[in-house]
Design a protein around this ligand. Structure first.
Ligand code: NAP
Length: 274
């Protein structure tokens, strides 16, 4: 029998974007799901789209609220008896020059992308360790592995999420609980990047939301510490950045990345009426 069948996963950020792709992919492997995000109506629609292949629990949750986070874990344990898998997928991004970012956005981004995943993991981990079985998957970003101008706070938050994830993977090694960081590049069709309506230049490439969902599944199957989801040889850029940061920056300029993000940031300023 498939080892994932009848496991139970909490999936955050399940209401729209990449989350529904992850939900469908996990359901196709027989994983029961607790779906979390703030918009209950959207979660219900995702749950309905899954049919009755697996058990699905919808828990409208603001992950930045401690009591709502605890409620998510309690409701999941009541429904399924335990939490086998936690997918920290919810995220918040803003592409804007740092000096023009509203100050209140800084804690919002850090809380959603770093603090909430850490605290949710802190909540579900002890019983996993007691059973010697479990998996945590953190959806970070290539922005957190390569740096992303005009999205510096987002990039810093995803870097923190990825480094925490890789550190925890090493800390828990041999105790039966895997911790993986899935790091996608620009995602086409759905989600925070696609909504901007300006596709990334061909030189940078995009990946599909299904490729991200497949990477989450791969993380569950292999327990790999870090999975990069990119249509380009991104590890080369990461290696270049480690060995020669100035050369990596020059490459980022030549590839069109910095100009592209600058354009997105200025379109975002116009949308805000600035
Ligand atoms: N799209 C990309 O190009 C891309 C690339 C690399 C990494 N990623 C990462 O992939 C993940 C999913 O991104 P996406 O593109 O699907 O983004 P999205 O379309 O903006 O969806 C974000 C999800 O997070 C939920 N969320 C945000 N704040 C929340 C909060 N305080 N409490 C509970 N839920 C919250 C949203 O639901 P509600 O609004 O209903 O609460 C939604 O379900 C994120 O972590 C993102 O950083 C995306």
């Amino acid at each position: 029998m498939d080892i994932l069948t009848s496991k139970c996963a909490i999936l955050t950020g399940a209401s729209h974007g990449i989350g529904p792709y992850i939900a469908r992919t996990l359901a196709s492997r027989g994983i029961n799901l607790a779906l979390a995000a703030r918009s209950g109506a959207e979660l219900e629609a995702v749950a309905e789209s899954l049919g009755d292949t697996v058990k699905v629990l919808v828990v409208p949750t603001d992950l930045n609220d401690a009591s709502q986070r605890q409620n998510l874990v309690i409701r999941t344990r009541q429904e399924f008896g335990r939490v086998d898998i936690l997918i920290n997928n919810a995220g918040l991004e803003e592409i804007i020059p740092f000096e023009e970012q509203r100050s209140e956005m800084i804690p919002s981004i850090i809380n959603t992308n770093v603090i909430a995943p850490m605290l949710l993991t802190h909540e579900v981990l002890p019983p996993m360790l007691a059973r010697g079985e479990g998996a945590i998957v953190n959806v970070a970003s290539l922005a957190g592995r390569t740096g992303m101008p005009f999205g510096a706070v987002y990039s810093g938050s995803k870097g923190a999420l990825a480094e925490w994830s890789i550190s925890l993977h090493a800390e828990l090694f041999g105790r039966g609980v895997s911790v993986s960081a899935v790091c996608p590049g620009f995602v086409s069709d759905e989600g925070m990047h696609a909504r901007k309506g300006t596709p990334a230049p061909r030189s940078l490439g995009e990946v599909s939301p299904q490729a991200v969902a497949d990477a989450v599944l791969l993380a569950l199957e292999t327990g790999h510490p870090e999975i990069l989801v990119s249509s380009r040889p991104i590890r080369l850029l990461m290696a270049l950045r480690a060995l020669a940061p100035r050369a990596a920056l020059a490459f980022a300029r030549r590839s069109g990345l910095i100009n592209y993000l600058k354009k997105l940031a200025s379109a975002n300023k116009k949308n805000h009426g600035d």
